[in-house]
Design a binder for this molecule. Structure first.
Ligand code: PAF
Length: 282
């Protein structure tokens, strides 16, 4: 079946209405385009869990800060359409900025306790932009389920929390991070890496794996494992924003008694800021 494509909310709703009349279960995968295998994994998961799959491509201006890469963010519509068609998406929603944000809109969605930590501390307003656009997209699509990558773990937690707190009737599904052959987490921003930086970039994932082994080993405190990882990454040329071992349920610093942990890292390597994480139980 050919994938449909719409760019207005009213056309989107017309199609969705027909599907709902026949009882179809609808899955939604929001993206900002420049699709890679990580996004396709989300679409494949959506395909497994629903009758119809809606994907949006919208580079959301409100989640980019001043001096960030909103204007230069890679826009690869034609290639994205082909990939989505091949992955079995049923409907692509490709709105313009003024379709999503009315001229004088004043409302924002925010999850303050989660949005000011980690990536939110370095990117003020980022998670408010994400929470607002995702809530708006949920209202437009009204999906039964929505699929997100665990690579953006903090984003996933913000979305799970807002869905719970605002009683939005959608099931949130988190999908494991897709990695390159050498462990680097797939990201649209990897295209900004120079050849030399690309060779170094998997060190982030290696640092996470080493830290997890050290946690399992139980000989060092969590703080000392964090410090060692930061030192190693800095020595390799990364500008580390944070390397943290925290509780996976609320991102608060882990104590020696916590069982469900998350190792999160964000670091700049040249111009791009890379993030990665791993959750595990001990
Ligand atoms: O993860 C992303 O691509 C974006 O943050 C999202 C969820 C599509 C919201 O703009």
């Amino acid at each position: 079946m050919a994938m449909q494509q719409v760019s207005t909310i009213s056309l989107l709703r017309n199609t969705l209405k027909q599907w709902r009349l026949t009882g179809d279960r609808i899955a939604f995968v929001p993206t900002m385009g420049n699709l890679h295998a990580g996004h396709i994994k989300l679409v494949t998961e959506a395909r497994k869990q629903a009758d119809k799959v809606v994907v949006s491509i919208f580079v959301n201006p409100t989640q980019f800060g001043l001096g960030e890469d909103f204007n230069s963010y890679p826009r690869t519509e034609k290639a994205d359409q082909e990939k989505l068609q091949e992955a079995g998406a049923d409907l692509l929603f490709l709105p313009a900025v003024n379709e999503i944000y009315a001229k004088h809109s004043m409302t924002a969605v925010t999850v303050p306790a989660l949005s000011k930590l980690y990536c939110g501390a370095s990117r003020p307003g980022h998670f408010e932009g994400v929470a607002t656009v995702v809530t708006k997209l949920f209202n437009m699509v009204q999906p039964d389920i929505s699929v997100f990558g665990k690579k953006d773990f903090q984003q996933l937690l913000v979305i799970r929390t807002l869905v719970h707190d605002l009683n939005i009737p959608v099931e949130i599904v988190g999908v494991e991070t897709e990695r390159e052959f050498d462990g680097l987490a797939m990201s649209s921003r990897n295209t900004y890496l120079t050849a030399k930086e690309r060779l170094l970039a998997p060190e982030l994932y290696r640092a996470i794996c080493r830290a997890r082994e050290a946690v399992y080993g139980g000989e060092q405190s969590l703080k000392s494992i964090e410090r060692q990882a930061i030192k190693q990454l800095t020595g390799l040329g990364f500008m580390v924003d944070y390397f943290s071992i925290c509780r996976s349920q609320d991102l608060q610093p882990a104590t020696e008694d916590d069982k469900h942990l998350l190792i999160m890292v964000a670091a700049k390597l040249g111009s791009p800021r890379l993030i990665d994480n791993m959750s595990f139980a001990r």
